[in-house]
Design a protein around this ligand. Sequence first.
Ligand code: COA
Length: 494
Amino acid sequence: MGLTTTPRQSLTVVDNRTGKSYELPITHNSVLATDIKNIKAEPAPEDSPEDETKQGLRVYDPAYMNTAVVQSKITYINGLEGILRYRGYPIEQLVQKSNFLETAFLLIYGELPTESQFGNWQDEISHHTFVHTDIEGLLKSFRYDSHPMSMLTAAFATLGAFAPEANPSLRGQKLYTNAASGDLESLQVLDKQILRILGKAPTLAAASYRMRQGRPFNRPAQGLSYTGNFLHLLDTLSDRDNYKPHPVLEKALDALFIIHADHEVNCSTATVLQVGSSLVDPYSVVAAGCAALYGPSHGGASESAIRMLMEIGSPANVPSFMADVEARKRVLVGFGHRVYKNVDPRSTAIRQLADEVFKVTGRNQLLDTALELARYARESEFMKSRKLYPNVDFYSGLIYQAMGFPLDFYPVLFAVPRCVGWLAHWRQQMLTPGGVKIWRPRQLYLGSGEREYVDARDTREKKDGKLADAPVAVSHGGDSKRSLLAAKKVRARL
Ligand SMILES: CC(C)(COP(=O)(O)OP(=O)(O)OC[C@H]1O[C@@H](n2cnc3c(N)ncnc32)[C@H](O)[C@@H]1OP(=O)(O)O)[C@@H](O)C(=O)NCCC(=O)NCCS
């Protein structure tokens, strides 16, 4: 019987510039980028000094297409098989059996809470739902038509100023990272900020909504679920003590919050970790996460899906719109996903909920258009052959629309639950054994080599310059005809 040999867990690469061979260890099906840096050569004639060839080979990965930046125990996604698990639990099970606050505990602390842990967690979070009245003042200082995400982002950043004892810039840079070595005081400060942020997120989000409507801000209510309190903060007018959200809508929002709580190292979570690596306070970290989420490529797809449905207008127009999609003139927003090349497990988890919501809220032209579109897309050879299924944004957008949320509030409805994911990743980062290294990527510098300064009097405009090579002329909204016609003194160079 021949001996079976276990394959070596390593990668052998040969540098054809030098003929040298390197063996790089493989751990968890990955190689260390710093091992690649040991591959050094003399510069080739075409290399520039800025290529720093002698300092070692670099890994070029714009947009992080194949770069793992953390070791994490929080969320697992398998796009090919359509899997999403929080701490090992499939998302479908959590949506069916858990609730948002319990899932939040799971994501942040790694295990489902015991009954007493959950009770304490729920009490602590509702204890922290109130915000300082000066924060309300900040929100009131916004224009009535400000985007609610601008308000939410600013409010989170401002909260930090109300908690100087939680600021590593003031209290010492190891304020949170000391927790990694079991320092109880450090862990207490860390966990207290998590309670504060999760408690205040719905209060701030609801205040940004009420601002738009010119309605007074509500005080948080006790004795309601996380999403029940959120609905109260958004909607209660006078009869505060008797407010009870509709159970189907409360449950649907809770399920959407579970689904949106985390999604591995997506754009905003990577931002949170990047900013967190500077050891800044968690309020600034969450504000940075909000800023990333606000972008249309990240938190804006459910809104775009609804805008597309408005454009289609009615079920009768679906075939002609789909003809444009099949002719590749249009993209069907709310379908397809960069990671999920099978069904998006989040959309499976909320599809039934969406039907339950529609039973309560009633149908409308937009919803009928959406359902006809989904039916048509299911049959379409174009969509089937490319494995394009409805993604989470298709159904979440429809539920938000049916529940009567304005379009620009959709990213806020994403940001509130995502605070959980951001904080879970931030906490994991702060607890990194051995401390946190600042995230400092490198670049491939392709600009000019060293050159001598030229005085402005001797500079010439580039002949082959492109439009973007110099500042373009901008118009000034407030200029009157009079001020445009006024002669200007030539300014001296300062
Ligand atoms: C999410 C998205 C950006 C993923 O893009 P991607 O991973 O680069 O997808 P691919 O480019 O590999 O797509 C494969 C094919 O399907 C087509 N396709 C992908 N998504 C499509 C969509 N929503 N509508 C129509 N065609 C689509 C592509 O044109 C491509 O066709 P081809 O093979 O004939 O060239 C893309 O599916 C999309 O734009 N969806 C709509 C926007 C959206 O809903 N975003 C929210 C995501 S949560």
